[in-house]
Each structure stands twice: as structure tokens, then as C-alpha cells.
Design a protein around this ligand. Structure first.
Ligand code: AMP
Length: 194
């Protein structure tokens, strides 16, 4: 099985969400730590982001938060992570999250999560990287997005095989199975153009 060393997660910062989602975010963090994989994320303390970080920390894992200076107070930066990198801008944050991880997992989230999701998927579509991207479809949360992608295929707007661009997982263990299969099917990236 292909082993990665760092997993980046994209997910919501809002605390006022389905508690089952928060529980699963914590589980993802724990399992990531148990597999000795570092967790890279946006550095916040609340919502799905905080739950995943706390899950990993509770299992003795290494957690790397990357947060822009202007969001430190607004997003309540986590004070207990292994490493907190404070950067100047959202762009640097996203670039660093990309560079510090070998694979990406998308959990339920809001507009910020969608921005990060489409950036990492479209960079892959443009051949800029070939890292595994896993959409964790917790309790069917991402079904409307999958319907939209199907509509784009049907309408002739999307030519790349979506199964190459991202994999689907329904549960936590499925995330790691999907990462292993995606990593095994790698093609040549050209990240020098990022
Ligand atoms: P949300 O999914 O809206 O709760 O946001 C999740 C994370 O995405 C938060 O840490 C936000 O700072 C971040 N975020 C929000 N907007 C953007 C954006 N335009 N680009 C990148 N990250 C963003």
C-alpha cells in the first residue's frame, strides 16, 4: 500500500453544523494520526477544522496549521497544534497547504471549502499536479456537487475523467483506500508551472 506522509484537509470552519459531521472530522484526524500521517490544514480552532485537528492531536499525531495573519483572530487560530505557520495572504496559505501535503481530503464545508476544492481539482485538470484528491461524501453531503459534475459532463463542459480528478469515499477508512489506489495510478505532473 502506498503510504503518504502528510494529508491536507479542506473543510468548514463553522461550529453550527451537524454533530455527526464533527464527530467524523475528529475520527479522520485520529485515524490519520494512527497511520503516522501528518495533518495539514487551515489552522483554525472551530468547526470541522478544529475537530479534525483535535482528533489527530488526541491520538498523538502531528498537526500543521497554515493561517494568514489577518485571519488569526477571526478564525480563532488553534493554540495547541504541533506547528503553526502564519503567512501573509490566502494565496500563500493555499500554496503552502498544497506544497506540504501528498494528498487532499475534502470534508463538508462552506464557500471557503468549495474554493479550495475547485482549486486543487482544477490544478490537477491543468496537469499542474498529480496528487490524490478525495471527496469524503459524509452522509451524502456532496451529492449536489456530484450531480453538477454529471451535468457538466452531459453538457460537454467537462472532458477530463472525473474519476481521475478526484476519488469518492463514504467513510474514513475509504479515504485511505482511495489515496492508495489514486497514488498507484499516477501520471506525470508539471508542478513547475504552478
Ligand atoms: P468555510 O468552508 O467557508 O467554512 O471555510 C473553510 C476555510 O476556507 C476557512 O479556513 C477559510 O479561511 C478558508 N477560505 C475561505 N475563503 C477562502 C478562499 N477564497 N480561498 C481559500 N480559502 C478560503
Amino acid at each position: 500500500m502506498t503510504q503518504i506522509s502528510a494529508l491536507c484537509i479542506y473543510c468548514g470552519a463553522s461550529q453550527n453544523v451537524d454533530p455527526r459531521h464533527l464527530e467524523k472530522a475528529g475520527e479522520l484526524g485520529r485515524v490519520t494520526a494512527e497511520k503516522s500521517i501528518d495533518l495539514v490544514y487551515g489552522g483554525g480552532h472551530s468547526g470541522m477544522m478544529g475537530a479534525a485537528a483535535d482528533g489527530a492531536l488526541s491520538a498523538g499525531g502531528r498537526v500543521i496549521g497554515i493561517i494568514p495573519e489577518h485571519l488569526r483572530a477571526r478564525e480563532a487560530a488553534h493554540t495547541g497544534v504541533t506547528e503553526m505557520v502564519v503567512v501573509d495572504s490566502m494565496h500563500v496559505r493555499k500554496q503552502m497547504m498544497f506544497e506540504r501535503a501528498d494528498a487532499f481530503c475534502i470534508l463538508p464545508g462552506g464557500l471557503g471549502t468549495l474554493d479550495e476544492t475547485f482549486e486543487i481539482i482544477t490544478w490537477k485538470q491543468l496537469g499542474l499536479h498529480d496528487k490524490p484528491v478525495i471527496l469524503l461524501n459524509l452522509f451524502g453531503f456532496w451529492e449536489p456537487l456530484l450531480e453538477m459534475v454529471q451535468r457538466q459532463i452531459d453538457g460537454g463542459y467537462l472532458h477530463e475523467d472525473p474519476a481521475y480528478l478526484f476519488s469518492l469515499a463514504d467513510d474514513i477508512e475509504g479515504v485511505f483506500t482511495a489515496i492508495a489506489s489514486a497514488a498507484a495510478a499516477k501520471v506525470k505532473p508539471d508542478s513547475s508551472r504552478l
